[in-house]
Design a binder for this molecule. Sequence first.
Ligand code: PLP
Length: 397
Amino acid sequence: MPYNYQELASSTLPVEIEMPPGLKEEADYIFSVTYTDPDAMALEEFADATARAIKRDGKDLGVYPPPQGHLGLREFISWELSANRGSEVSSENIFLTSGAGGACQVYVDAFINPGDVVMMDEFCYHGSLNMFLKKGARPCHVSMDQDGLIPEELEKAIQENIKNGDRPKLIYTISVYHNPTGATINLERRKKIVEISNKYEIPIVENESYADFHIDGPELPPAMIGLDSEEGVLHISAFTKLMGCGLRLGFGAFPESARDSLDKVGFGLSPSHLTSMAVHEYLKDNKSAYVSGVASSLGRKRDAMLRSLGEYFPPSCTWTEPKGGMMIWMKLPDGTNTWDVLDKSIEKGVKYNPGPIFRADRGGGNYLRLTFSHHTPDEIEKGISILAEVLESEGVI
Ligand SMILES: Cc1ncc(COP(=O)(O)O)c(C=O)c1O
């Protein structure tokens, strides 16, 4: 008889979250994941950098790495946050994690109790949303538009929660090329959101996972961690989307007053030190050239997807035209449900993300998210033509 592990299961296992099972299936055209653009990866150079790092510093692998991770990479991140994100953060206030998701989990573990209210974007990347849900948090989604989270709506919703005796614990926002809508919070709104955070003493967790993916259009405004003087912003970003999802390398940046709480959860599981060494060795000399190569490739793919959507979808459907990141957010006619037709689409070989996975209340049925990083422009055109065919034959568009 096999052991009964169900009976042995911990009573504190996380809450189960219902997701469309089809998202785990294989498909020919994957528009459902923000994979690293494989056509922009610099494998030879990365292999050389990895070999150099091992030959020079390989004996460092014989001992355990520092609790917050590889110092050279943290110094590089500190330099970059200053040069590119207008934010002065010491390497002492940076910790390396297993992807951006690892940093998000650290903040959830350090600060969230079951039942806590968390202010969130109107739609929120399902990976983060699910982390909060699994811990038993109660997300409160706040309206957004093309400039991201709307500060007036945020303050109104905070006040309502406080009035009901539910003081929100955190404000969680994906502030740059938002997942799933592509919106970036503009400078004026960033300042207002920081002011609101300061006024109610509710920390902001800003997730800047897509800050390296500016394709065209205006430069990004500074990160909120650099706009705040009250130690109210916890920052997340990563190298996964840029260098390789499989590398599982991200980071958090935090104000000194948050150190004790983060220390109590040990800053999460640190990533492989070898990965940190290799990524540091490669990026310290090549980051800006590599980032512009990725932007050119993503620009071609974005344009191919926009062209194909224009060609194959009817005027009753609308979509965003993102200036960065790797996704397009589509609105279909009211009353449709993209969750229900996902399986039909997968049968024909195309995977997308239905809108409701980005909301705790599973609203947003007439939205879907398409990512454009993984396939070539020709494959994108083919996949989009199939998707339009499926949605048409199912009576959705
Ligand atoms: C906003 C955001 N945060 C975190 C993640 C998870 O990224 P990682 O692979 O770096 O853990 C993603 C991946 O799609 C994301 O879009």
